[in-house]
Ligand binder design. Sequence first.
Ligand code: NDP
Ligand code: 8X3
Length: 251
Amino acid sequence: MKKTVLITGATSGIGKATAQILARNNYKVVLCGRRTDRLEELQKELSAFTEVHSLAFDVRNKEEVLEKIGSLPNDFSTIDVLINNAGNAHGLDPIQNGDLDDWDAMIDINVKGLLYVSKSIIPQMVERQSGHIINIGSTAAKEVYPNGNVYCGSKHAVDAITAGMRIDLNPFGIRVGGIHPGMVATEFSEVRFKGDVERAANVYKGFDPLQAEDIADIIHFVVSRPYHVNIADLVVMSTAQASSTIVKKRL
Ligand code: NDP
Ligand code: 8X3
């Protein structure tokens, strides 16, 4: 029987590429994001391969998260795989110059949003004693880089919450793992730099960064392992990247 996967942040980047590969590989997909035009377009594209349902909500709004996920139609309501991917960085400033709204956004989306979505799905997994949760962290979950302060803090929290989920859900046979990409050329930097496309493009200039499809391919590998195999923690960087701050650029 087809498994159902719910993907947050499916309107762009890693989440979209993951929806595309899983739809082509026999998963039913629930696409989540705020931009309804993109959800509709992707739903249309992926309906050629599988059953697709879209949910538009802001992960920061806990009532909306619980209500939308709680009212999924029967055909989509049993979530076998949850991919907590929605997230972003806002700003890149030294802590003394940090913007309070940027801090709120990163903590509210990357940490609290992930928790609200998880809370709306974990009970059914506990009841069934099966399920798979993948949290998208970052290399920023493993190390802190200059001016990354709160973004790195939010991703370190994701890493800790992932470990906590794995421990607490262990008695119920639920798989939990974290995937931690390095630099991936998506809309991530455009969001971080508030629409400054040129500054965003500069981040990925002079080397071959990861592409969203690289991470999607890995997510497909992780979710398709036999059930007794749980890939608990995975850090993935482009070959050119050695750490958050060390990237081999072409001369
Ligand atoms: P994108 O900006 O391309 O995608 C982000 C996705 O998150 C979008 O689909 C967006 O949808 C969704 N999202 C953002 N805010 C909200 C919100 N408040 N409510 C609901 N959905 C939201 O970035 P990436 O694909 O790169 O990022 C995906 C994940 O990967 C993030 O968690 C990011 O931190 C992580 N990551 C990214 C790396 C990179 O270098 N790109 C490296 C390491 C980790 P919409 O706007 O429609 O709501
Ligand atoms: C995103 C990775 O290093 O561009 O999580 O902030 S980085």
